[in-house]
Every structure is written in structure tokens, then in C-alpha cells.
Design a protein around this ligand. Structure first.
Ligand SMILES: Nc1ncnc2c1ncn2[C@@H]1O[C@H](COP(=O)(O)OP(=O)(O)OP(=O)(O)O)[C@@H](O)[C@H]1O
Length: 254
């Protein structure tokens, strides 16, 4: 049974497609890595799945879940760190997303907050201003926020970009734990070795799907090369037309 179904999905900006005619499904309880070169549409796909951008064509269907049931971790670069907040405020946003504003301001469950901070290795960090955290610590705090949100579907956009190995290892364990709890987890990643080790499913994207299936079969050297060629060949400025195909430069396919 699927959690999220994607049908003939084209997403883009000002009619320039970034994800093109994608078809497939994320099964309930599956753990999927979204891989692909820079600019291949990975972040755009995640934003399409949370409804932050509307399809140019096709659709995203949430099967038996509400958009509130999706925890979404944006790229760290999109987090406004200058906002005057401490770690506890950041994590408490997860409660707000889960329960709605009014119940959350009646009081954050201290025990749950402490458990979440312990799970990500940030005991004692509650009162730390977020602009004093290292990149790894900030990512840990964001994972704590996802933890308290307690969502059945979790989308992570490059959670390991510019993060130290220790943090990557710890947070990978947390992802495996979520998988063990039968949550549906989808993470944009760049490290093929890590994906082979920890992610059973892979969607390899180059604006179109190059492969979507078991990691072993999807993440071959040949497919990775094809993905690279495909993105390099894409004409950034070609407008999207329903009928004349894929916006590639002529002769781009080899
Ligand atoms: N807000 C935006 N406005 C216009 N174009 C955008 C916007 N966001 C992304 N794009 C374009 O859409 C395409 C896909 O971008 P996207 O960020 O989804 O790729 P990505 O695979 O996540 O890349 P990366 O690995 O570099 O993060 C790129 O050509 C990008 O320039």
C-alpha cells in the first residue's frame, strides 16, 4: 500500500520544468533515498510532495494521510538562523505541527522534549541560542523537531550536507529507527555508499526518473552516469511544452 503516489508529475518554476513526468509511489513504511546530480529536481520534488509548489501537470496523492502527517526537514541553508530562538523553541515547533498552535502553547511536554534532545545527543542544549550551534548540532536539533512531530511520513532534504561523520552516523541510526517503526522516510542524499548501506529503496532523479526501485538495481554506475549526462544535457532555459517533449537540447541523448 502506498503512502504517496506520484502520477505524471511535472513541477517547475515559471513554466520551466524541474521535475518531469514522474510516475511512481512511495510505499508505506519504505525507506527511500532520492539521489541525483545538482539541479536534478530533488528538492523540488520534496516541495511538491508537501504541497509547497503546485504541479504544472499531473498530481501527488497522499494515500490515507493528511498533509499534517508529513514532517518536512528543509535544507539547512533555508533555515533562518538569525531568528532569535533557542533550541527548545526550534524543537517545540514539532509539537505545534503535530497538535496545532493552541494546544502547543498550553505547554510543551517537557519529558518528550528531553527525550528527543537525548535521542539526538543534545542533552542540556535547551537554552542554547540556535545561532551558536555548529552545523551538526543544528541538524541534530532539527531531527529532534522531527522526532516530536511524530509523523508517519518524514521527508528530509539533504540532512547530511556539510555534516561531520559522527553526526551522520548518529542521525542515520535515527532514520533506521524510524524505518523500524514503519514510518515512511524519504531523504535526499548524495553519498552513494551510505545509501547502499542504509537505504533499501532509491529514486535516482535527473528531472525524469532514471531509476526507481531497490537500491542495488537503481544505483548502478551506469545509471549514475546516465543521470549526470541527462542533467548536463538539459537546456535550462527551454520552456515547457506539453507536446514537444522534454526540454532537452537536440541530440542530448546518447
Ligand atoms: N525557486 C526557484 N525558482 C526558479 N527555479 C528554481 C527554483 N528552485 C529551483 N529551481 C530550479 O529547478 C531546478 C531543480 O532544482 P532543485 O533545487 O530541485 O534541484 P536539486 O536536485 O535539489 O539540486 P541540489 O542537489 O543542487 O540541491 C534547477 O534548475 C533550479 O535552478
Amino acid at each position: 500500500m502506498s503512502a504517496i503516489r506520484i502520477e505524471d508529475l511535472t513541477l517547475g518554476y515559471d513554466a520551466h520544468p524541474a521535475v518531469h513526468h514522474l510516475d511512481g509511489a512511495f510505499e508505506r513504511g519504505s525507506l527511500t533515498a532520492v539521489m541525483g546530480p545538482n539541479g536534478s529536481g530533488k528538492s523540488t520534488l520534496l516541495k511538491g510532495m508537501i504541497g509547497a509548489i503546485k504541479p504544472l501537470s499531473g498530481r501527488v496523492t497522499l494515500d490515507g494521510i493528511d498533509s499534517r502527517d508529513i514532517a518536512y526537514l528543509p535544507q539547512i541553508a533555508e533555515i533562518d538562523r538569525s531568528f532569535p530562538a533557542v533550541v527548545a523553541d526550534l524543537v517545540a515547533l514539532g509539537f505545534w505541527k503535530r497538535r496545532g498552535l493552541f494546544s502547543a502553547i498550553r505547554g510543551v511536554d517537557r519529558k518528550e522534549m528531553e527525550a528527543a534532545l537525548a535521542a539526538v545527543g543534545l542533552v542540556g542544549f535547551e537554552r542554547r541560542p540556535i545561532d551558536t550551534l555548529s552545523g551538526g548540532q543544528l541538524q541534530r536539533a532539527l531531527f529532534a523537531r522531527v522526532l516530536v512531530q511524530d509523523a508517519p511520513v518524514i521527508l528530509l532534504d539533504e540532512p547530511f550536507a556539510a555534516i561531520d561523520q559522527r553526526t551522520v552516523a548518529d542521525l542515520t541510526e535515527l532514520i533506521k529507527h524510524w524505518h523500524g517503526e514503519a514510518r515512511t522516510v524519504i531523504a535526499v542524499l548524495h553519498d552513494a555508499e551510505l545509501v547502499r548501506e542504509a537505504f533499501p529503496r532509491t529514486l535516482l532523479l535527473a528531472r525524469e526518473a532514471i531509476a526507481w526501485g531497490d537500491t542495488e538495481e537503481a544505483l548502478t554506475a551506469d545509471n549514475l552516469r546516465r543521470a549526470r549526462q541527462m542533467v548536463e544535457a538539459w537546456d535550462e532555459h527551454a520552456p515547457w511544452h506539453e507536446h514537444d517533449g522534454h526540454g532537452h537540447k537536440h541530440g542530448a541523448h546518447q
